[in-house]
Design a protein around this ligand. Structure first.
Ligand SMILES: [Zn+2]
Length: 424
């Protein structure tokens, strides 16, 4: 780049840096510590008013950015939205005195990268009302920040930041780079998760030769080369067409690897995923802990049952389908858990609280939990008057609201005559 003008005025540089620090420490890090992988995207817009002199930072969420957008597209989207007040991000007037069009200093967009527990901050720097620079920062949960140069593509992004910005965009770049390689190629995504590709050929014998390193590669993984030792999930994307993997078309490779879909379906190229279900259960357990739940594997190889415990709640679930859907939907473990299993986690987290809540609401009754899953209610005379599924109660009533609590107790106290003869 030859032209260096306009630049950021030196007078506003300190203001911008100060605003970024405050945003990090006061707004963003508390959110990340509380919500972790569920933290949404957050922004500030910093302005200085030439009329009243106020320097303000407007805080806003930004929840309509497509998570599959790669970095260049994301930055260009942010530049557009920061350019004009009508997009709702840049303030139309000074928040202090309402004078029109305060001078923009900077705009910061924060996105959490749960795979590495760091935040990405994209900072647009203004000079004379125009964006003159874009800075990228990787921020740890203790607030330590590193500025990194702008990566050239999604693969370079992962190399520099330690996690993909979006795995689907990374998949596209991975295929583009390696589609005409001589032999199979693999790439680690996160602990327990590797993607790979058998490159293009229409000769079956050549395809077989290209996949020759596959066996030794798996043996190497199972020897612990990438952490974990199970690596029990080996799945090719084309298997969506043949196996019973319930991935909706709109979330399948047809949608996010559109340019290659025909070649994949016809077996001219073979993208694949190798993953370790123990790694997935570890991530699930970390996420479930946010809801007061513990997750343990409850099956050997060939099945993926877990037990979810919390208080008296004790459920056994098959999470195998979720695991395979995540791999086939081009999601990392954490993104997949948020996309496909969050409602269940929240429901179980609420169900865990139901027995103590009911006991508090009906202190003279006796509350029991049966088989880790059902609430049994005995009246003061010791007669059983209600028997109900904990998860259903938790999702059916608003337990934080007095009206919801009243409805819950009304259901439980509406004596069910069938119960008198039902087996305990
Ligand atoms: Zn003002």
């Amino acid at each position: 780049m030859l032209l260096q003008f306009p630049r950021e005025p030196i007078a506003t540089r300190d203001l911008r840096r100060d605003a970024l620090e405050r945003f990090r420490w006061r707004c963003r890090l508390p959110v990340l510590r509380n919500y972790g992988p569920e933290a949404g995207d957050l922004t500030i817009f910093v302005t200085a008013c030439s009329d009243c002199g106020a320097r303000t930072a407007k805080l806003a969420t930004l929840d309509d950015i497509d998570p599959d957008t790669q970095l260049d597209g994301l930055i260009s989207e942010l530049r557009t939205r920061a350019g004009r007040a009508r997009y709702g991000w840049r303030p139309r007037t000074c928040p202090a005195c309402h004078a029109p069009d305060p001078e923009p200093i900077s705009a910061v967009y924060a996105r959490y990268m749960p795979e590495i527990e760091h935040d990405l901050h994209i900072e647009l720097v203004f000079g004379r009302h125009r964006v003159v620079a874009v800075e990228l920062h990787r921020v740890a949960l203790d607030g330590a920040a590193v500025s990194l140069p702008r990566p050239s593509d999604p693969l370079a992004f992962q190399d520099a930041f330690g996690a993909p910005l979006g795995l689907r965009a990374l998949w596209r770049a991975f295929l583009t780079r390696h589609v005409y390689d001589e032999s199979m190629v693999v790439r680690a995504i996160e602990p327990g998760y590797v993607i790979g590709l058998r490159p293009f050929t229409d000769e079956p014998a050549e395809a077989e030769a290209m996949l020759a390193p596959f066996g030794p590669f798996i043996e190497n993984l199972r020897a612990g080369a990438e952490g974990y030792r199970g690596w029990d999930a080996i799945t090719f994307l084309y298997e969506r067409e043949h196996e019973d993997i319930p991935v909706p078309f709109a979330e399948s490779y047809h949608a996010w690897l559109g340019g290659y879909a025909a070649e994949i379906r016809e077996g001219l190229i073979e993208p694949f995923v190798v993953a370790d279900s123990d790694a997935f259960i570890d991530r699930l357990g970390e996420h479930a802990a946010l809801y007061g739940l513990r997750v343990q594997r409850d099956s050997g190889e060939g099945a993926l049952f877990v037990r979810v415990h919390g208080g008296h709640l004790d459920l056994r679930l098959n999470v195998g389908p979720i695991f395979f859907q995540i791999l086939h939907q081009g999601l990392t473990f954490e993104r997949g858990i948020v996309a496909l299993f969050l409602r269940e986690l929240r429901a179980m987290g609420e169900a865990r609280k139901v027995p103590a809540l009911v006991q508090g609401l009906l202190p003279t009754h006796q509350v029991r939990v049966v088989r880790g899953q059902f609430l049994e209610l005995l009246d003061p005379a010791g007669e059983r008057i209600a028997f109900a599924d904990l998860v259903r109660l938790a999702t059916h009533y608003d337990l934080d609201d007095p009206t919801g609590q009243a409805e819950l107790t009304a259901e439980l106290l509406a004596r069910d005559p069938a119960l008198a003869n039902a087996p305990a």
